[in-house]
Each structure stands twice: as structure tokens, then as C-alpha cells.
Ligand binder design. Structure first.
Ligand code: ADP
Ligand code: XUL
Length: 531
């Protein structure tokens, strides 16, 4: 008896490779992971990476990723998983990382012999054996050069969705070209981690998808083509080395003969373009037009579904991974839960319960007191330190404990609204905030979030959203081949739990306060610059 149909999602993330199989009802039926440090100790990584002596250069061995795929598929085979039931697969990778295929590697990929594992077959295929990854911050000079060559940071953001960032791939490629010209010239294709992984499955170079391609400082996010000026500023002959770009839901082809013969995949098993992990999470959370997802973890992250983006100096605009004419925005705030824990320890004896009680007893708007709490150098905005302003806009050195707690939480969420709106996000009556991560269990914190955005907050409990999102994308990409059905039509919204709604007076209180917060932030930034 033939077993039911399945879809697979792979996630080549920083510390591990994950796989998820879902059935036709999109329930998870198989799940596994390979931890790079533990399961592949021969590569000597810590947290999946090597931090070099300069502390700025961070790389991962590309063959470690290949070997992890060998292991995860072998384990799946030993478990008795019926590979012939897989109709389509897709996947994701940590964003921005790059893989350098040596001349002649396409021919190797085209004729993989099924009796050998991939890491043996591909061992001489990479002109750079240690791939730069997103944690790398060694390309400040390249960033400056790129911004100057297009007319400044805002101009670069207008084209590519982001000003120059050290981890963005164009700047990484530029560094490889400068420091390892030999290796660069021997490279016939440069992949992202996502398109590299897709290449393994199709046995040929897989194109980069629009959404992950938006994290390179090279792609024009509006007309979805490589931007000539950016290419030229980074390295010569880059267009040929990058190959084409495709919509994130494109069916790239079917799995190569290697997978059919070695594991028993069906020759019809489609491979849908792989994408970056943040875009894949948007798919996994089944975000819809206008939604905001707020992850309150170690650091805080916002995903926004946007139709008309206005790229800014802070935050990133990517092409949308499930609806290619739309966009998504990503904002990262480094001072998230760790900062909240610090103030909890200082002001409410280490108790979340007491902390929450203070939030419920103090007035929205905090009688005009505002605060900026950046224990470590913040990403959004680039500033550090604790800065407090009283109702008269004067800087003060301390607040009473209950004022401090509210100032922290209000400050964190006002920043999120301000930066989201700068990127083109518009709060509408139908706006939904989907909260995830450790602090989303705290209703009083979510009440402040709801009041500041003047929108209801729901919680969403989804594990491994990026990997799961790729099993969904595999199914959607395949169904697009027969009809132009939208992602939202295939995947009804996940079940959400409505936790809080905004207080009626909230918008009136926070509108003027948001304006003041932005003004005070400019002062804080100026102070940081002058230091
Ligand atoms: P990660 O980003 O590492 O996956 P999590 O999403 O698991 O992190 O979030 C962990 C954080 O959740 C902890 O650092 C802790 O500060 C926070 N947290 C846990 N419980 C609460 C609570 N009741 N109120 C506020 N924050 C909480
Ligand atoms: C996003 C970013 C990280 C990586 C790794 O810009 O650098 O989130 O995608 O997860």
C-alpha cells in the first residue's frame, strides 16, 4: 500500500540542520536534527561557527553542512521513512552566508554517484572552504565603499532594502575578492546557504530566491534584478557568478538521480526554491498582509508584512517569500529579554510577578517619563547606555523603581512602532500582533505592546517556524504549478489566542508620546556620536 503524501522542510541554521516532514493535513510526522558541535566534532565548531582571532571574522566549514545532510538523510532512511511518498521539498538557511563553488563543480553536481556520501563527492568543490556567515562583522571598509559607490546609505537602502551591513553578502564577497583573489577567480558560482542547499538536491546550481537575495545589498528589491552599480562596487564578473534570481515559490525541478537511487525518492519529487530563515519563519507563522509578528526572546525581533515599503537607515526590507509582489520587513533589537531581566532584578527583586504587578498599577504614558535602556550596543538604533527623560524632556539620572519598569517596557515598544512605521508599516483597524518568545507569556507586558500599537495582541505557539514554513512552501510551490492559488488560501491562519486588546484611551496617550520618544532618541544618538 502506498503511504500518504509528504512534504519536507530543511533548515540549515547556525547551530544545526533540522528536517521536518508534514503530511497532507500539514501535521508534523517526522522531525530530526543534527547538531554541528556535538554530531560533527571533527569540524571543531562552537555554536556551529569558528570565530577567528580578530573576533570579527566568523565562518563555518561548508563541508560540515554537506556532511550534516548525509547524516540526517541516512538517519531518516534507517528509521524506515518512505522517501517515495515525498511530493515536494524545500528548505531554508541562515541568511547572508555565502558558498563558493570551484570551477568544474557543476559537472560534479550533475553526476553524483549514489554509492558515496555527498561530503566525499563534493570535498574538492569549494574554492573557499570556510564560508563567511551572518555573525561576521569584518567588512566595515567594504560597506563604506559600497555605500559611497551608489551615493550614500539611504540610496543603497532605496535600491536593496537595507543600507550596507557587514554581514550582508555583497560586502562579504567583496572582502573575499580583495583578500583571496585567487579563490575568487577560481569560483564559478556563489550561492547563499539556502541556494547552496537547494543545489545539493537538484544536482545543479540552484538560483537564489528574491527573498533571501534581498539580504545581500546587491538585489534591486523593486524590479528584482541584480543592481549593476552594486555588483560593480563589490567584485568583477559578479553577475555571472551569482546566476539568476527567482521567485521564492518557484519549482526548481525535481531531485537528482542521486537521491532517487540512494534514498528511494520518487523521480517526481519537486524541489521548491530554498530561502532565508527569517522569510521562512514568516511562512511558518502563516503571517498575512498587515500582520506583525513580535518575537520577545533573548533579543527582540519584528517581522512585518508590508505592501509599500519605505526603506530606511534602520531595519531591512526583503521581498516577501510567499507573495512575490509584496514585501516583509525585519527589525532586530539586541536589548530584549536580557535587559528586561536586568531591570526586573534591580527593581522588582528578580520577580516577574512583581514586575508585572507594577505594570498593571502604573499609568499608561508613565506621566511623561521616557527611557532608553541599551545595556549592550543596540542594533536599532546604534546607541548604548541608559538614558532617562522626565515629563519636561530633561535628562534625569534615575527614576523611582515603578517608573523605571514602565519606562523600560514602554520605551522598548515605542521604538518598535516608530521603526516599523518608518519602514512603511501602517497600523490598520484589522492589524493583528502575533507575539512569540519567552516574554510573550507575560500578559502585562503584552498589554503595553497592545496599547502602544493600538492593536490586539495574540500569542502564537510555533516551534521551528522556519523549518516548518519550508514544508508549507514546498506544498504551496507545487500547487502553484497547477493553479495560481495564494499561500493564504492553502494555509488558513494558525490558531491564535487573543490575549489583550488596547485600552480605549491608549492611542490618545501614546500619539504625542511617540513623537517625544523619537525626539529624545535623536538626542541620545547625538550624545552617543559625540562620545
Ligand atoms: P531565545 O531567544 O533564546 O529562544 P526565548 O524565546 O526562550 O529565548 O525567551 C527567553 C526569555 O524569556 C528569558 O530570557 C526570560 O527573560 C524571558 N521570560 C521568561 N518568562 C518570562 C515572564 N514571565 N515575563 C517576561 N519575560 C519572561
Ligand atoms: C538576519 C540575520 C539572522 C540570520 C541567522 O538578518 O542575520 O537572523 O538569518 O538566523
Amino acid at each position: 500500500m502506498a503511504s500518504a503524501a509528504h512534504y519536507l522542510g530543511f533548515d540549515f541554521s547556525t547551530q544545526q540542520l533540522k528536517v521536518i516532514a508534514v503530511n497532507e493535513e500539514f501535521q508534523v510526522v517526522y522531525e530530526d536534527n543534527v547538531q554541528f558541535d556535538k554530531d560533527l566534532p571533527e569540524f571543531g565548531t562552537q555554536g556551529g561557527v569558528h570565530v577567528h582571532n580578530d573576533k570579527l571574522t566568523v565562518t563555518s566549514p561548508v563541508l560540515m553542512w554537506v556532511k550534516a545532510l548525509d547524516i540526517i538523510l541516512d538517519r531518516m532512511k534507517s528509521s524506515g521513512f518512505d522517501f517515495s511518498s515525498i511530493k515536494a521539498l524545500s528548505g531554508t538557511g541562515q541568511q547572508h552566508g555565502s558558498v563558493y563553488w570551484k570551477e568544474g563543480s557543476r559537472a560534479v553536481l550533475n553526476s553524483l554517484q549514489p554509492e558515496f556520501p555527498l561530503h566525499t563527492l563534493l570535498q574538492s568543490c569549494f574554492s573557499v572552504s570556510d564560508s563567511p556567515v551572518w555573525m561576521d562583522s569584518s567588512t566595515t571598509a567594504e560597506c563604506q565603499q559600497l555605500e559611497e559607490s551608489v551615493g550614500g546609505p539611504q540610496e543603497l537602502a532605496n535600491i536593496t532594502g537595507s543600507r550596507a551591513y557587514e554581514r550582508f553578502t555583497g560586502n562579504q564577497i567583496s572582502k573575499i575578492y580583495k583578500h583571496k583573489p585567487e579563490a575568487y577567480h577560481q569560483t564559478e558560482r556563489i550561492s547563499l546557504v539556502s541556494s547552496f542547499a537547494a543545489s545539493l538536491f537538484i544536482g545543479d546550481y540552484a538560483p537564489i530566491d528574491y527573498s533571501d537575495g534581498s539580504g545581500m545589498n546587491l538585489l534591486d528589491i523593486r524590479n528584482k534584478t541584480w543592481n549593476e552599480k552594486c555588483l560593480e562596487a563589490c567584485a568583477p564578473s559578479l553577475r555571472e557568478k551569482l546566476g539568476p534570481v527567482v521567485s521564492s515559490s518557484t519549482v526548481l525541478g525535481t531531485v537528482s538521480v542521486y537521491f532517487i537511487q540512494r534514498f528511494g525518492f520518487s523521480c517526481d519529487c519537486s524541489v521548491v526554491a530554498f530561502t532565508g530563515d527569517n522569510p521562512a519563519s514568516l511562512a511558518g507563522m502563516r503571517l498575512e498582509d498587515g500582520d506583525i509578528a513580535v518575537s520577545l526572546g533573548t533579543s527582540d525581533t519584528l517581522f512585518l508584512w508590508i505592501q509599500e515599503p519605505t526603506p530606511a537607515l534602520e531595519g531591512h526590507i526583503f521581498c516577501n517569500p510567499v507573495q512575490s509582489q509584496d514585501y516583509m520587513a525585519l527589525l532586530c533589537f539586541k536589548n530584549g529579554s536580557l535587559m528586561r531581566e536586568k531591570i526586573r532584578d534591580e527593581c522588582s527583586s528578580g520577580s516577574w510577578e512583581k514586575f508585572s504587578k507594577v505594570l498593571s498599577l502604573t499609568p499608561p504614558g508613565n506621566n511623561g517619563c521616557l527611557g532608553f535602556y541599551f545595556d549592550v550596543m543596540e542594533i536599532t538604533p546604534h546607541a548604548v547606555g541608559v538614558h532617562r527623560f522626565n515629563g519636561e524632556n530633561q535628562k534625569v539620572s534615575e527614576f523611582p523603581k515603578d517608573v523605571e519598569i514602565r519606562a523600560l517596557i514602554e520605551g522598548q515598544f515605542m521604538a518598535k512602532r516608530i521603526y516599523a512605521e518608518r519602514l512603511g508599516y501602517k497600523i490598520m483597524p484589522q492589524t493583528r500582533i502575533l507575539a512569540t518568545g519567552g516574554a510573550s507569556c507575560n500578559q502585562e507586558i503584552l498589554q503595553v505592546l497592545s496599547d502602544i500599537f493600538n492593536a490586539p495582541v495574540h500569542t502564537i505557539a510555533i516551534a521551528n517556524s522556519a523549518c516548518l514554513g519550508c514544508s508549507y512552501r514546498a506544498a504551496h510551490g507545487l500547487s502553484l504549478k497547477s493553479s495560481p492559488i495564494s499561500f493564504a488560501d492553502v494555509f488558513k491562519p494558525v490558531e491564535l489566542k487573543l490575549v489583550v486588546t488596547p485600552r480605549p484611551e491608549a492611542e490618545k496617550i501614546y500619539q504625542p508620546l511617540l513623537k517625544r520618544y523619537a525626539e529624545c532618541e535623536s538626542k541620545v544618538m547625538e550624545e552617543s556620536r559625540n562620545k
